[in-house]
Ligand binder design. Structure first.
Ligand code: FPP
Length: 254
């Protein structure tokens, strides 16, 4: 029997330490529009190509043993884009979800959406609910998609929830601590990211996971999202493994 030979980068590259991989990677998928323009194509083609990059990164997380991936698909500010682009993105999310559900089941991926989902088109909300329900027992990769998401808005809605509970006497103001606060965030049952990757060069967090990113290592690459492949991810992980994570304490090297 001829076994399928795993090609380079299908398995964890040998220069990465399996025990020091991030457990949760977050990504700001920037540069789709610029990538498309550079190829002489309309901006929306960049988003379409971006889906392929995302699919491969998700599969790579599974292949290399990284259990959680969170991506920023649509921010609360993105509604300010031209109407055709917003409509294209909403339709794209819906189509991709419908098309990829079977594969997420086969790959044992659990998908979740975070953000103000009620403001999304109803048909997309239905597709989101279905994909979350169908994949809820899958365990290989926790895949979270931030859609109509804003970090400040998330913090405000957590404050509102807590304030309501204080009003009814369910929580004492003095009892509020980091754990109680985190329990009221969209991400209450998801770990905080260890590594944030931002493609296309900008050095900003752009209102993404503001609370959760407190101790994340930030890696910015000039590569635009549609061109972010396994080799680019490999480079990000090499960079991550060279960092010393101190969490506010004194480092070992000093
Ligand atoms: C930012 O690039 C990218 C987005 C606003 C959309 C990202 C969405 C995807 C890749 C699709 C994901 C699909 C699912 C189902 C999760 P940009 O347009 O801001 O690029 P620019 O900075 O070059 O203009």
């Amino acid at each position: 029997m001829i076994l399928k030979q795993k090609t380079l980068l299908e398995v964890l590259p040998p220069d990465l330490d399996r025990d020091r991989l991030p457990k949760h990677v977050a990504a700001i998928m920037d540069g789709n529009g610029r990538w498309a323009k550079r190829q002489g194509m309309p901006r929306i083609m960049g988003h379409r190509q971006g889906v392929y990059a995302l699919k491969d990164l998700l599969r790579c997380c599974k292949d290399w043993g990284i259990p959680a991936l969170t991506v920023y698909a649509f921010s609360t500010e993105n509604w300010g884009r031209p109407l055709e682009e917003v409509e294209f993105l909403m339709t794209l999310f819906e189509k991709v979800l419908r098309r990829e559900l079977a594969e997420m089941m086969a790959e044992n991926v659990r998908i979740r959406f975070v953000g103000n989902l009620e403001a999304l088109p109803t048909s997309l909300q239905e597709e989101i609910a279905r994909s979350m329900e169908d994949t809820k027992n899958n365990q290989d990769v926790e895949f979270t998609v931030a859609t109509n998401y804003g970090g400040r808005q998330e913090i405000i809605q957590a404050c509102r929830e807590i304030a309501k509970k204080i009003k009814t006497g369910e929580i004492e103001p003095e009892a509020i601590d980091e754990q109680i606060f985190e329990e009221h965030l969209y991400t209450h049952d998801i770990s905080n990211p260890d590594l944030l990757i931002r493609t296309s060069g900008e050095m900003r967090i752009s209102n993404f996971l503001l609370w959760q990113m407190a101790y994340a290592e930030i890696y910015v690459t000039e590569t635009p999202w549609p061109a972010f492949d396994r080799e680019a991810f490999h480079q990000a992980l090499i960079d991550y493994q060279q960092r010393e994570r101190r969490f506010g304490k004194v480092g070992k090297k000093i």
